[in-house]
Design a protein around this ligand. Structure first.
Ligand code: SF4
Ligand code: SF4
Length: 456
């Protein structure tokens, strides 16, 4: 290993822990999902190798372990598609962790994958090292295959299901990562039930697709972000106040989340974990585990294959390059004034509408990448998803508060389901469904037979 840069900052002034997504194959991917603007990031590294070298891998692992003052360290792999690196790369990373970790340091491995390359050999390895696998699925086959396609433009659902079957044969922990986009935004509970009942998922997260564009770039952006023969290619940056036709609508995002929530609150509290629901409940205790709805951010960075460290995975663009870990220690970059200012800006750039919003302690204005519309007072820099976020946080507040109250009393949050069942029993079957979609309760979240046998 080449001599590693030394830590210069006083570690006591640096964050005791942080999250770093490492992209060992950069944005290289074996699929060509239409909405994936990460594919365009290859334009930043036209001459670089598509693989993280052994030397950079060792610098990354050694510095990550050295930087953390917490006993828990997460080694997180992301892409592009990280499995393109091959199993040996990850076996080597585990070896390096064993070599560099301090006594008592515990390491959790995570990997985000499209699942296409997963087979028994992969699944056995992931199980042995207790990886938490994030699997990208957007819903049942027709929905998933709308945008999650291969380079030939064909849907990938069947291949992903083979990968999932391998994970389940080997008892690997997995989490479904579902994007919310124009194709599935009107199908929240259908998508949720599919994950729960058909895929046996007990952990899931829903990520809004918001692809920004300007009037000039929109026609090209609407075609997707991959390289096409003879086609123009754009480097995606967080600019423009328009969105592609694949993007979720602001209001529709809220409807999707509420649809899922109304399904979950009637039977799955304590058995199915939806990231945003957990995060909202935690916020009622003043705890924030997800940067997007935390008051400030800046502790979730992205590492490119050549060692370049960026402020955030959503800001892998020249203006947010902090430095290279083969020249400057990772902790110096994480603790740098520039990165701390990036994190504080999340709070200091809130619009007046956010500052006076009654759900600000839950929402915190959302992610800065989505703040590109004007607020109702005409102020720029407001969150494109605001309408949906506001609807979600206000709609769920009574039952979220009831769960928080139960926990404060030393009881279990799942007791809320009995309260919801009692309210449902008092509700007329022909009354409007409380989800607000407009249908009668008996045809919506009160419909019989919404819960099928679990696929697990
Ligand atoms: S910019 Fe958004 S995704 Fe990135 S760290 Fe901040 S809140 Fe998180
Ligand atoms: S709901 Fe809208 S106004 Fe309220 S904090 Fe969130 S983004 Fe701001």
């Amino acid at each position: 290993m080449a001599p590693s840069p030394k830590i210069r900052v006083d570690p006591r002034t640096a964050p005791p822990l942080f999250h770093l997504l490492a992209k060992p194959s950069g944005s290289t991917c074996n699929l060509d999902c239409t909405y994936c603007f990460f594919l365009s990031k290859d334009a930043l590294y036209p001459h670089a190798s598509a693989r993280m070298s052994d030397e950079t891998l060792e610098s990354y692992v050694a510095q990550l372990l050295e930087s953390h003052r917490s006993p828990e360290v997460t080694v997180a792999w992301q892409g592009g598609e990280p499995t393109l690196m091959g199993l040996e790369f990850f076996a080597r990373s585990v070896e390096l962790v064993e070599q560099h970790r301090r006594p008592g340091q515990r390491v959790q491995y995570t990997i985000q994958t499209n699942g296409v390359l997963l087979d028994d050999a992969w699944a056995a390895f992931l199980a042995e090292h207790e990886f938490l696998v994030g699997l990208s699925v957007d819903g049942p086959e027709p929905i998933h295959d709308t945008y999650r396609v291969n380079r030939g433009g064909r849907g990938t659902h069947r291949q992903v299901m083979k990968g999932l079957a391998a994970l389940r044969r080997h008892d690997v922990d997995y989490n479904i990562l579902c994007t919310v986009n124009a194709a599935n935004q009107a199908h929240g509970s259908e998508v949720y039930r599919y994950f729960r009942d058909e895929l046996g998922a007990t952990w899931m997260q829903f990520i809004p697709i918001v692809e920004r564009a300007t009037a000039e770039t929109l026609p090209i952006a609407n075609q997707g972000w991959s390289e096409r023969p003879g086609g123009e290619r754009l480097l995606y940056t967080q600019t423009g106040s328009l969105v592609t036709e694949r993007s979720v609508g602001g209001e529709a995002y809220g409807r999707f989340l509420i649809d899922v929530y109304e399904e979950w609150i009637r039977g799955d509290v304590g058995t199915v974990f939806v990231q945003l629901f957990d995060v909202t409940l935690q916020a009622l205790f003043g705890e924030y585990s997800l940067c997007i709805h935390a008051p400030t951010c800046g502790n979730a960075l992205a590492l490119e294959r050549n060692g370049d460290l960026y402020s955030c995975d959503h800001f892998v663009e020249p203006d947010h390059l902090l430095g290279n870990i083969t020249q400057t220690h990772m902790l110096d970059l994480v603790a740098s004034d520039r990165q701390r200012a990036f994190g504080r800006a999340k709070a200091t750039t809130l619009t007046g509408q956010c500052r006076s919003c009654d759900v600000l302690p839950l929402c915190n204005g959302g992610c800065p990448k989505d703040r590109f519309v004007t607020s109702r007072d005409g102020e720029p820099g407001h969150n494109y998803l605001c309408e949906g976020l506001y609807a979600f946080f206000t709609h769920t507040r009574p039952t979220m508060s009831a769960m928080a109250q139960l926990i404060r009393q030393g009881r279990f949050a799942d007791e809320v389901m009995a309260q919801v069942a009692a309210a449902d029993a008092a509700r007329g079957r022909n009354d409007p469904c409380p989800c607000g979609a407009g249908a009668k309760f008996k045809h919506c979240h009160g419909a019989p037979g919404r819960r099928r046998g679990r696929g697990g």
